[in-house]
Design a protein around this ligand. Structure first.
Ligand code: UDP
Length: 507
């Protein structure tokens, strides 16, 4: 690992401590046969993985969709008696510039315009070598390593050499790869190729040039019990929104309590930053989109589509809610998009402007932010996700779980989630504002249809997009993988060791 000497500072990967969570809780939301299937699989997984560690490796412990997915999965796996751990790799600014570039290129955009050249390879490889050298825990033969996304993908060969079964889990993808995307596959393929399995969110996202036999599709899923998705009664919804200043009304800051993702109690105390003429009337029919301030989420299209194509006599209001980018210094793109959206709102005629509310949700406490999103989605009559591109679109599943009808374009993973007319409404052209407005008006005017679609949406998420299903998918993929290995190298001993505590790694 001589290249590690080129790394300018100490690289310190760390493990994330996840308290185990019992699968029992799924009984509240799963049909009895699904619960039984989960219990059976859990039993098998415990036996199969006894003495092995399932390592998850990614590049951040805070924020982003991968963390939303990983936290509950690691916790439930541990609750099932599997020694699942989570290691977050470290990097230099150059490394993260390159991995951000890779991320943008995988979406087909140029990002910072920099190249994925030999110098990029040198930085990428040397940082990963340093992470391997300082890895918090010992990878042993028979362990399972799941590398999430491109950042740690270059560790696959070393993990294999240590005797682990290696899964590369790619959370990004596009429907139609362009030349930039394909060039990035070329860059990454040598790192990814040694893995035993490649997991993608959709079949269409699987890369050319990877062994199809080793490709597995596992769609993302949501945690029904997190602050983002847990059931809330109407009083809690109203009080949460009133404290945040998202609807007119009074409620004492701190008067709403909730269970945080880590099980400790939290309180709703902060206010959202709002751009509006007057607070949202509590009884108004509300259309909501929750998204980052990002051009691909098309906030300006959402504002204009609503203002120009949802008639005033619906009396509906629009809330576009995103993270508070003025409070965080590291999202200049988000700040620019927010300002452009504010300008687009300002340009509206007075009547339409009065019905458009832009909300920046506080980000100091991510669980508090999550419960505000939850309350807002539950307060909505109709939810939109008018993205121009979307890998999966977790917000869609989140809204569907709350039995809300979602209007979204027929793109990316949204197509897996919504069955048009049955569990949501799909738009053929994400840029067609008239069709977008007509779909909204149609749902606002037809409450029984909106309710029927909402009910179906919740059942679709129950069947396909709760993380009980993802646990089953991973258990099945790992079982297949270990069976195959056993067949090809029958002498490989499944090494035995005592559970997590003995080796000292906390995760
Ligand atoms: N989100 C949030 N607060 C916000 C805006 C977004 O918690 O102010 C969450 C949203 O609920 C979802 C995630 O960020 O869980 C966004 O995931 P998605 O797949 O929809 O889009 P991405 O932002 O990853 O492109």
């Amino acid at each position: 690992m001589s290249s590690a000497s080129a790394v300018p500072r100490t690289i310190a990967p760390h493990d994330v401590v996840m308290p185990p969570r019992s699968n029992e809780r799924f009984r509240e939301v799963l049909a009895p046969d699904r619960m039984e299937a989960l219990e059976r699989a859990t039993e098998q997984a415990r036996a199969l993985l006894d003495g092995r560690v399932v390592w998850n490796v990614n590049s951040t412990a805070k924020g982003g969709g991968v963390v939303e997915l990983l936290r509950p999965l690691v916790a439930y796996a541990r609750g099932a008696g599997v020694d699942a751990r989570w290691v977050v790799i470290d990097g230099t600014p150059e490394f993260f510039t390159i991995t951000k570039r890779i991320h943008n290129h995988l979406h087909g955009t140029q990002g910072d315009g920099g190249a994925l050249d030999d110098e990029a390879r040198r930085v990428y490889e040397s940082v990963l070598a340093a992470n391997l050298a300082a890895f918090p825990g010992e990878i042993r033969p028979g362990d399972v390593v799941i590398l999430h996304d491109p950042q740690p993908a270059g560790m696959a060969a070393a993990m294999k050499a240590a005797g682990a079964a290696v899964i590369w889990r790619c959370h990004v993808g596009v429907d139609e790869p362009n030349a930039v995307v394909r060039a990035t596959w070329e860059f990454l393929r040598p790192y990814v190729a040694p893995a035993d399995l490649y997991v993608f969110s959709r079949a269409a996202f699987a890369w050319d040039g990877l062994d199809r036999e080793r490709v597995v599709v596992i769609p993302p899923s949501i945690d029904a019990f997190s602050p983002k998705n847990v059931d809330l009664d109407d009083d809690t919804v109203r009080a949460t929104l009133a404290i945040a200043g998202l609807v007119a009304g009074s409620a004492e800051p701190g008067s709403v309590t909730f269970e945080r993702a880590d099980g400790t109690p939290g309180r709703v105390e902060r206010r959202a930053r709002l751009v509006e003429d007057a607070p949202l009337p509590p009884d108004a029919a509300v259309v909501v989109q929750v998204s980052r301030w990002d051009a691909l989420k098309d906030p300006i299209g959402v504002v204009r589509g609503f203002a120009e194509h949802v008639p005033a006599d619906t009396c509906a209001h629009l809330v576009y809610a995103g993270p508070d980018v003025e409070a965080v210094a590291d999202d200049p793109e988000g700040l620019r998009m927010l300002r452009e959206t504010v300008a687009a709102r300002e340009a509206l005629p007075e009547e339409a402007r009065a019905r458009v509310h832009l909300a920046s949700l506080p980000m100091e406490d991510l669980d508090e932010n999550a419960i505000m999103v939850n309350a807002l989605q539950r307060h909505a009559r109709v939810i939109t996700q008018k993205s121009l591109a979307e890998g999966f679109g977790l917000t869609v599943a989140e809204a569907m779980w709350k039995a809300r009808p979602v209007i979204a374009p027929r793109i990316g993973g949204i197509q897996e989630q919504i069955v048009d007319g049955d569990s949501g409404v799909l738009l053929d052209d994400p840029r067609d504002l008239a069709a977008f407005g007509a779909a909204m008006t149609g749902l606002l005017d037809d409450a029984p249809r909106a309710e029927r679609i909402g009910r179906n949406a919740r059942e679709r998420v129950r069947a396909r997009f709760l993380n009980a299903r993802t646990l089953l998918d991973y258990f099945e993929a790992i079982r297949r993988l270990l069976d195959d290995r056993e067949r090809s190298v029958p002498t490989t001993p499944a090494r035995r060791r005592a559970p997590a505590a003995k080796s000292g790694a906390a995760g």
